[in-house]
Design a protein around this ligand. Structure first.
Ligand code: GDP
Ligand code: MG
Length: 716
């Protein structure tokens, strides 16, 4: 898994590890050197042993005892380690002080536990050599704070020597342990003291030896000055004891090897005596396993190097060891490291989207990517950080989640905006295109409301579908809900639909205006053929009929657009005004000077050249040509003022066009051309005068022609 692998790398350090370095680590690592410095290679060592990802599935064992009592020899035989052993021939003393660590070689045939880290504590015999007991004390404290089992290595002949070096050492162990407990009373901090009695001859049974040791240990315990609150504590409140004996390595070499081999089998998980319910958690036959859950220090393997180092630094600087706060500090630090690793994985997926987001476009695949990135990061964190101090872990997890969600949130907001923008654009384009198609096709039978509804449904459901993808399930995820954006989108679409409808209505008005124009063309011409007193009544009626027909059509269509009453009212108002303007233009066309002159001439000639039976006159010199001329002239001249003023016969005044057209609707400005609905003068005085003159001249020439024809007719 990515998280674990990344964790390994982060702890081992980003640098490449040379083969030489790994070779050097093969035999183990000097955790603390003679200068009391803590190694920097522990993470590397644990990762080279594939132990960083072990979680709680590992064990730490330390050995204690006077120098040159065969401790390292014992460890090497027990655990297959390769700790330094004093050369028997040269008897060169091991003078270096320090703590070494090596992983046990696992022995499946002996059912030995897995992932055992063994610590060899060297140079703890300062008292024998008259040196200060500083290192002894410090290493004891370190071993107690980190190890589950302390192997106490002791020669048989030292058993019962209450004043001996070993007992002094144990006194130190008990003392520092009491110190630890002052700060750490809440946790069940127990350790196992595993006594290995060396060079056991066999005369004294093991049980006797262990009784002697227990008696001595109890005496040491009683003699200790205990801190307040722990005055009445028993040694067994803190320690369990196990005893075993080994034969002389040199004298009974084979037996020694056999016994140590057997002993290996005890280094595995055991069942706490008081808790039978745990039976089935352990393999059958583990009854004598010595690793009990109560001994485990509950430091996840990947945090062990840091924990051990912090503990050592506290010890070296003579600070009071406070294990619970050390655990919290460790948890904080490790959780931050894990969070950084998880955030890096999150970045791999999310950073490209954050870059993309700057363009403000819809990002494909964002939803699934977000889920994957957040899921992997949070799960990875829970997996790697879940073993650390619970409160710290939970706080850091919430912090991580919040930080990642904040970043996702801004992506999601951008995505919603882009989705909404796209939906609006698509809707506008859709509707406009359909309208364009409809306008260009011959039939204008399309359903605007339906077009709008279908397109709206399409873009809204597309929006929802893609916005849904960005939904992150969980507690505090209302941030990924798109309700507000959807509401906004609906509103935007409403506005656009209204605007497009408005435009469509304008087009409809224009179409109907053209209709009115066509429809008025011939009827008006026809009405002007008869310019009697009813001329304007007829023109007015023709116009009203045509207009109400158009208004009716408009209202029907407008309703089919789902327009509001207001919008329909604006449209009809517009149409009426345009209709009036069309009529005025049509009239103006009809009364163009040439047209009107022709009409007057027709009227005049009708009366002058034809008799009352509509028979053409043939003038004779005796005819009253002057009289007929004057009659026809006057009958025609009255037409000029009549045509010049739009007047209805019933009222002798112009029609109430203002009332007919109605008030402009209250809404915003309608950018309509101004229409003159109050002036009904068709021809001005000057024009009338002009027209009269021209008409008279024309009539005169007709008269003269008639005169001539009368005389000419006589001459023939
Ligand atoms: P350490 O200083 O306690 O780690 O002791 P070493 O393992 O280096 O051994 C010190 C000396 O004791 C060496 O010369 C070993 O050969 C010797 N030695 C090891 N095991 C035994 C044993 O079981 N009995 C005796 N008598 N000597 C041993
Ligand atoms: Mg040694």
């Amino acid at each position: 898994r990515r998280s674990s692998a990344a964790m390994n790398n982060s702890l081992a350090g980003a640098k490449d590890v040379s083969p030489e370095e790994l070779e050097k680590l093969a035999a183990g690592v000097q955790v603390i050197d003679e200068q009391k410095m803590f190694t920097s290679s522990l993470p590397l060592y644990l990762s080279s042993q594939n132990l960083l990802t072990a979680g709680f599935s590992y064990h730490v064992v330390a050995v204690f005892g006077s120098q040159s009592t065969g401790k390292s020899t014992l460890l090497n035989h027990l655990f297959g380690t390769d700790f330094n052993v004093m050369d028997a021939k040269t008897a060169r003393q091991q003078t270096t002080k320090g703590i070494w660590m090596s992983r046990a070689k696992e022995d499946e045939s002996m059912n030995m536990g897995k992932n055992i880290l063994v610590m060899d504590v060297e140079g703890t015999d300062g008292r024998e050599r008259g040196e200060d007991q500083d290192f002894e004390r410090k290493s004891a404290l370190f071993a107690l704070a980190t190890s589950e089992v302390l192997i106490v290595n002791i020669w048989e002949h030292q058993v019962g020597l209450y004043q001996g070096a070993n007992m002094g050492l144990l006194k130190t162990v008990f003392e520092v342990n009491l110190g630890l407990f002052l700060k750490d009373r809440s946790t069940t901090h127990r350790s196992l003291l595993f006594f290995v009695i060396r060079d056991h001859i066999g005369d004294t049974p093991l049980v006797n030896l262990s009784n002697t040791l227990i008696a001595d240990l109890t005496r040491i315990w009683t003699s200790l000055a205990k801190p307040p609150g722990l005055e009445n504590s028993e040694i067994t409140d803190f320690f369990d004891f196990e005893f075993t004996a080994l034969p002389h390595k040199m004298l009974q070499a084979e037996k020694f090897i056999d016994e140590t081999k057997k002993l290996r089998g005890r280094f595995r998980e055991g069942i706490p005596a008081e808790n039978d319910s745990l039976q089935d958690q352990f393999p059958v036959g583990n009854k004598d396993g010595i690793f009990l859950p109560a001994y485990h220090r509950r430091i996840p393997a990947d945090g062990f190097p840091m924990y051990a180092e912090n503990i050592w630094n506290q010890i070296v600087t003579n600070k009071d060891l406070d294990l619970p706060s050390q655990q919290e500090l460790l948890a904080q630090f490790r959780c931050d490291e894990i969070a950084a690793t998880c955030t890096a994985g999150f970045n791999d997926i999310i950073a490209p989207f954050e870059e993309q987001a700057k363009a403000g476009k819809v990002m494909a695949g964002l939803g699934p990517a977000m889920k994957q990135a957040l899921g992997t990061a949070v799960e990875g964190f829970e997996e790697a950080g879940g073993r650390y101090h619970k409160a710290v872990f939970e706080r850091k997890r919430d912090e991580l989640r919040k930080a990642l969600e904040t970043r996702l949130r801004s992506l999601v907001v951008g995505q919603f905006t882009a989705l909404s923008k796209r939906a609006v654009a698509e809707f506008t384009e859709d509707v406009t295109n359909v309208l364009k198609l409809a306008a260009n096709s011959a039939s204008s039978t399309y359903d605007f409301a339906k077009i709008v509804l279908e397109s709206r449904e399409k873009v809204v459901s597309k929006f929802k579908e893609e916005a849904e993808e960005c939904y992150i399930p969980g507690e505090a995820t209302s941030w990924s809900s798109y309700d507000t954006e959807l509401e906004g989108l609906q509103k935007d679409i409403d506005e656009i639909a209204a605007r497009l409808r408005g435009e469509e209505m304008k087009r409809l008005v224009a179409r109907l205006e053209r209709d009115i124009k066509t429809k008025l063309q011939e009827p008006v011409e026809l009405e002007f053929k008869r310019m009697d007193e009813t001329l304007w009544d007829r023109v007015w009626k023709t116009w009203q009929d045509t207009l109400s027909d158009a208004v009716g059509k408009f209202e029907t269509k407008s309703r089919s657009f789902n327009s509001t009453d207001e919008e329909t009212a604006v449209g009809t108002w517009r149409l009426r005004r345009r209709g009036w303007a069309v009529l005025r233009a049509r009239i103006d066309e009809e009364v163009l000077e040439g047209n009107l002159l022709l009409k007057l001439r027709e009227s005049f000639e009708d009366k002058f050249r034809y008799d009352e039976h509509n028979v053409p006159r043939v003038w004779k010199p005796t005819d009253d040509i002057e009289g007929a001329y004057a009659k026809a002239l006057n009958a025609t001249l009255v037409l000029i003022p009549r045509v010049s003023q739009f007047t209805l016969s019933a009222t002798s005044s112009p029609p109430d066009v203002v009332a007919y057209l109605g008030e402009a609707p209250a809404a915003d400005n309608f950018d309509e051309e101004p229409v003159d609905s109050t002036s009904f003068e068709i021809l001005s005085e000057a024009k009338q005068h002009d027209l009269t003159q021209r008409f008279k001249r024309m009539a005169d020439s007709v008269f003269i022609e008639a005169k001539r024809s009368a005389i000419g007719g006589v001459a023939q």
